[in-house]
Design a protein around this ligand. Structure first.
Ligand code: C2O
Ligand code: CU
Length: 584
């Protein structure tokens, strides 16, 4: 059986290869290319911040290789899982997977996990220029280092609404010294053990941890933390020539931290957000949440006789992680020469007002406005709460804490496996009149339950989602959550503080030039209003991009137009009830 499956895979690949050789696909008169990538996911010892740790790599690298493609191209990633004892799934963050919902890479939603020793081929079209990401969508594997960039350029002869001489990219990551297994066990145990703040911030995979902070025991091995290891000792250095303007793509795939990013002495002009052009605005520091990408333009116009710090700092949570550092190097200064100044520790971590102001400043570029429909067909208000469920710490939306089923939804829905998950939809709202978003839900709150129920959305309808924040289980405490939607971009209609008022607040929506994004912050005690068109057939997850929060249930799943999805590839099957589809 296994052999015949392999044979079939082989024939499919061969057919695909021949197809790509003999056809010239034309998209708006331009040739679309196919990119065939062979990726091996495996463990490797890495010391990105001088501390040696087992990381999950792609072809030995963390961050993994950047995928460079052009709008309209097809990307084919043949992934081999060489982790000896662990499943994997890889998600293409910001790629809408139009027509290929089975390539979304979301374990439990669009596919079974890829087992050790197996391969899986992801095939998808990058249909829009911009800056995107990829990362693991299984367990806590982002925190093990399974992440990278997807950079999609505009078609030949298409001009972007800004000019630059150089195209650079920086991916930001928070880094933990303990393993994903320790983290996962702590999060799902009684007593609960939180992951706490990260040890380091990495810029393009590099940081420097102060090894003297480790409690040295007599048996400790100096190889565990070595500040002279070139893997961490060499800071990332961005090399520029005086007078040039460059585009800097910045992406964050932190597990937990919201960040502020800045280049000493140089303002940045924000021009792109999550693959959409922004009406340009200037800022000294850029706030960036996990799952967001931005492009900024920077002019190398300062005193070029020295280097400058590139810094990133934790915001939104009280930081205990040192500033992440890289070097902004003016040619011909030595690229590794530390600047003469003391690096900034960034803005005040709890200055929510300035974060909110920046979020509000992000609007669609005037030549690239996609107007949202003026009214929506359905409004879903999602209250985020932290709850105890059977003694476990969980996050819930309208009192439902997401637990993924063993049979991925996409397959269960296509095949009508009605016993694969709870068929009763979760509620479209919460008890708005009685729920106090300013008080901590007590241990006596027995309303929250674990659930694998999903929202069914009529195809092509317009849906508003109002994210409503609330107090956590700690008195006087509410957190920031970056929310990310698969398969769609949404319009960001507005942000507000306190409880969303459905009579008054919609009047404040920006319906004129709202930015479209795939990831958006929800601020403490506030609300964020989104609108999207359910025009992409499939099953999609919408969740907090803080990895431990998703692990603790902070997400919802919705289906739209699943009946229009084409024949599912058998490669996504093999778990839960799908076993009977491939092993009759
Ligand atoms: Cu970048 Cu579901 O995530
Ligand atoms: Cu969260």
């Amino acid at each position: 059986m296994a052999e015949s499956l392999q044979f079939r895979n082989c024939m499919c690949l061969l057919a695909f290869y021949l197809f790509s050789l003999i056809t010239v696909q034309r998209v708006e008169g331009l040739e679309a290319k196919n990119h065939f990538l062979e990726w091996e996911v495996k463990h490797a010892y890495k010391s990105p911040d001088c501390f040696k740790k087992l990381a999950i790599t792609i072809n030995g690298k963390s961050p993994g290789p950047t995928i460079y493609a052009q709008q309209g191209d097809t990307v084919v990633v043949n992934l081999t899982n060489s982790l000896p004892t662990e499943n994997v799934a890889l998600h293409w963050h910001g790629i809408r997977q139009i027509g290929t919902p089975w390539s979304d890479g979301t374990e439990g939603v669009t596919q079974c996990p890829i087992m050790p020793g197996d391969n899986f081929t992801y095939t998808f079209v990058v249909d829009r220029a911009g800056t995107y990401l990829y990362h693991a969508h299984y367990g806590l594997q982002i925190s093990a280092g399974l992440y990278g960039f997807i950079i999609v350029s505009v078609p030949d002869r298409v001009r972007e609404p800004f000019v630059y001489q150089q195209d650079e990219s920086i991916i930001l990551k928070d880094w933990y010294h303990n393993s994903t297994y320790e983290q996962a066990t702590g999060l799902s145990s009684i007593p609960f053990s939180w992951v706490e703040e990260p040890q380091s911030l990495l810029i393009n995979g590099r940081g420097r941890f102060n090894c003297s902070l480790l409690n040295e025991s007599p048996t400790s091995d100096s190889n565990i933390c070595n500040e002279r290891n070139p893997e961490c000792y060499d800071r990332y250095s961005l090399n520029v020539h005086y007078g040039e303007a460059f585009r800097l793509r910045i992406g964050s795939l932190t597990s937990l931290s919201a960040l502020s990013f800045e280049i000493e002495g140089h303002n940045m002009t924000v021009v792109e957000a999550d693959g959409n052009y922004v009406e340009p605005f200037e800022t000294k520091n850029l706030y960036i949440n996990s799952g967001e990408t931005y492009s900024v333009l920077v002019k190398a116009d300062q005193d070029s006789s020295r280097n400058y710090w590139i810094t990133t700092n934790v915001v939104s949570r009280e930081p205990s992680t040192p500033t992440g550092l890289a070097i902004f190097n003016y040619y011909p200064n030595p690229p590794d020469k530390d600047p003469p100044t003391v690096p900034t520790t960034g803005p005040l971590w709890n200055d929510t007002a300035s974060q909110l102001a920046q979020s509000r400043a992000i609007k669609a570029h005037h030549d690239f406005v996609h107007k949202p429909p003026l009214i929506s067909d359905r409004v879903i208000v999602l209250l985020s709460t932290q709850n105890l469920i059977d003694g476990y710490y969980r996050w819930s939306l309208n009192n439902r804490s997401l637990v993924l089923p063993h049979t991925p939804y996409l397959i269960a829905l296509k095949e009508n496996f009605t016993d694969a998950f709870d068929q009763n939809p979760p509620p479209d709202s919460y008890d708005i009149h009685n729920y106090d978003i300013f008080s901590a839900p007590g241990p006596d709150n027995v309303n929250a339950t674990s659930s694998n129920a999903i929202y069914r959305i009529s195809f092509n309808t317009t849906v508003d989602i109002i994210l409503q924040n609330a107090n956590t289980m700690t008195p006087n405490h509410s957190e920031t959550h970056p929310w990310h939607m698969h398969g769609h971009d949404f319009w960001v209609l507005g942000y507000g503080m306190n409880k969303f008022d459905k009579e008054k607040d919609p009047a404040t929506y920006n319906l004129k030039d709202p930015i479209m994004k795939n990831t958006v912050p929800l601020y403490p005690y506030g609300w964020t209003a989104l609108r999207f068109q359910a025009d992409n057939p499939g099953v999609w997850i919408f969740h907090c991009h803080i990895e431990p929060h998703l692990f603790m249930g902070m997400g919802i799943v919705f289906e739209a137009g699943v009946e229009m999805v084409g024949t599912l590839p058998t490669s996504i099957m093999g778990c839960g009830e799908t076993k009977r589809l491939i092993r009759p």
